[in-house]
Ligand binder design. Sequence first.
Ligand code: UD1
Length: 351
Amino acid sequence: MRVISVVGARPQFVKLAPVSRALEGRAEHVVVHTGQHYDERMSDVFFRELGIAPADVNLAVGSGPHGAQTAAMLAGLEPVLEEAAPDWVLVYGDTNSTIAAALAAVKLHLPLAHLEAGLRSFNRRMPEEHNRVLTDHAADLCLAPTTAALRHLAAEGLGDRSVEVGDVMTDVLHRVREENTRRPRDRPAPAGDYYVATLHRPDNTDDPSRLRSVVTAMAGLDREVLLVVHPRLGAMAERHGVALDAGALRPVAPLGYPDLIDAVQHSAGVITDSGGLQKEAFLLRVPCTTVRSETEWTETVELGWNVLVDRRLDELAAAVTRPRPAPTDATPYGDGYAAVRVVDALIERGA
Ligand code: UD1
């Protein structure tokens, strides 16, 4: 069996790591990188530090408006997929790379599998919401990370082609946390004495007054805030004259995955609008505050480890310093063996 994985953005490289390992010896695996993320710290470092072989093909599409970026990917992917004629095209998550590969595959009548299927924010302002809904409906196999995701798929009439496999982010997090204990990383500050923050959603970064309000609220927190600066945040802050080093803020360049996990694990809390980081904080049992009005990872909120703060930014400090949530041994994101189930499902349902 031949599987083509199409990836392009940072969180997809993280998910690719356990899937690549699980495919070893079970199927031929070709990796196509669209080039959506291309900086060393946004791309290469993940391949290197997570032990992923370099991509077989890199389309080097780069940044651009949604239409131009997605169209360039589509045009680049079509001949690559056609020539490889895989048994499965495997796409990950909800980025423009995901929807481009999904469209390219189905138009060529190639079987399409969607990893991390069934997540919904029900927020139609998010480009990711459209990417994930359209990809699920195009896919022949929807690989759901959680029971809630499987429920969404069933509610949309996709139950027959869906299977719950668990979350491959749990697989990679367990491995990296284990490796970190053997090879300690450099810490940004004494354990428990700082927060980790990230911000990259257009809804938070692109409107200057919104950006200023969120940054000001974080700058006023009671501990140092290690602000891991995504290029979009850096560019928008500069354009709008918003200082990212005010008050408690300590801006740092994007971190590789093992450093980020170590920094989160030893922090007093996380403030973010990232999807992956909400879950990573939960898996590491670090309280998270999410600067959004909704989340796809509702289990983190239901279990008390994640609090949403959106318009009322005066409530951010109270949310971040809230008492530690009740301990839980719930495993809504699987047992760390999701990637093996992904490969099992591809083989069982493959040609
Ligand atoms: C993308 C995904 C988002 C995901 C995020 C993870 C879409 C619509 N969005 O958002 O779902 O959560 O990746 O990080 O696909 N840039 C660089 N260097 C890079 C890459 C980007 O400087 O290597 C800058 C460019 O100015 C670019 C901007 O960051 O315009 C945004 O990049 P883009 O890939 O369009 O979206 P992200 O915000 O990263």
